[in-house]
Design a protein around this ligand. Structure first.
Ligand code: NAP
Length: 248
């Protein structure tokens, strides 16, 4: 039976690139999405065309009931979970903190921080030795925003990713003897649709001069780091936060 990886927000961008990498490494893949079923179905069709087992499941990670239903579908359709990639995330429009609505702040933390916590809970119950699990690996997708802070752009997003970093450090220690490794990647500016979703479609190109390598990254470059953290090659690595940021 193949290893099973669940990738939240696997329908495009970094999540879709990770789905392809992990499928090529032999994982059966569950991609989740929130709204764009056609995009998720097309990722699954592309994976199946390479003979990988794959399924797409709709779920909003900010809702713990939908998260539980997502993991149950993954169990039922693909089998025992061995890897969780907490990739689903969102940004808001460029704004100063005092101009952000309470609803925006609540949504930012509900998706980026609480969503990651809910998915970790569901994965632990399936993978940790104390629950009879066979072990596994969690990779959280944070952001260099967590250490830069994203002033006058989106400090709410940066703070929500700071929570992801701290969760990674604590949970790695909490699960260190439970056969579950917990790590994070911290991407810099990566050329995906997320910038357009925050009202700045030209952000990756515009901010390139701020990047020591003078170019945005591509989703595949982040997926490679995630693939390594999931793999047995990283068997002694837990609690690591790996910057994939062109030196930023
Ligand atoms: P993206 O292209 O905007 O894709 C986001 C994915 O997350 C989509 O599959 C989307 O599904 C899903 N999603 C959004 N909200 C969700 C929710 N509430 N519940 C479930 N799924 C949800 O983003 P990306 O650039 O690949 O980013 C992936 C991760 O990397 C995010 O956590 C992001 O914060 C992080 N990151 C990105 C960059 C960058 O420059 N691109 C830099 C640092 C960190 P639908 O399309 O169906 O809504």
């Amino acid at each position: 039976m193949a290893d099973v990886a669940l990738i939240t927000g696997g329908s495009r961008g970094i999540g879709a690139a990770t789905a392809h990498k992990l499928a090529a490494a032999g994982f059966a893949i569950c991609v989740s999405y929130r709204t764009d079923r056609a995009a998720a179905d097309s990722v699954v069709a592309a994976l199946q065309a390479t003979n990988a087992r794959a399924v797409a499941v709709q779920a909003d990670v900010s809702d713990p009931d939908q998260v539980e239903a997502l993991f149950n579908r993954c169990d039922a359709e693909l089998g025992t979970l061995s890897a969780l990639i907490n990739n689903a995330g969102m940004v808001g429009d460029k704004a100063r903190l005092e101009d952000m609505s309470a609803a925006r702040l609540e949504r930012m933390f509900a998706v980026n921080s609480l969503g990651t916590l809910f998915c970790c809970q569901a994965a632990i119950r399936r993978m940790a030795a104390r629950h009879g699990g066979r072990g596994g690996s969690i990779v959280n997708v944070s952001s260099v925003a967590s250490r830069i802070g994203s002033p006058a752009e989106y400090v709410d997003y940066a703070a929500s990713k700071g929570a992801v970093d701290t969760l990674t450090l604590g949970l790695a220690k909490e699960l260190a003897t439970e056969r579950v490794r917990v790590n994070a990647v911290r991407p810099g500016i990566i050329d995906t649709d997320i910038h357009a979703s925050g009202g700045q479609p030209d952000r990756a190109e515009r901010l390139s001069p701020l990047i020591p390598m003078q170019r945005p990254g591509i989703a595949d470059e982040v997926a490679s780091a995630i693939e390594w953290l999931v793999s047995a090659a990283a068997s002694y690595t837990t609690g690591a936060i790996l910057d994939v940021s062109g030196g930023r």
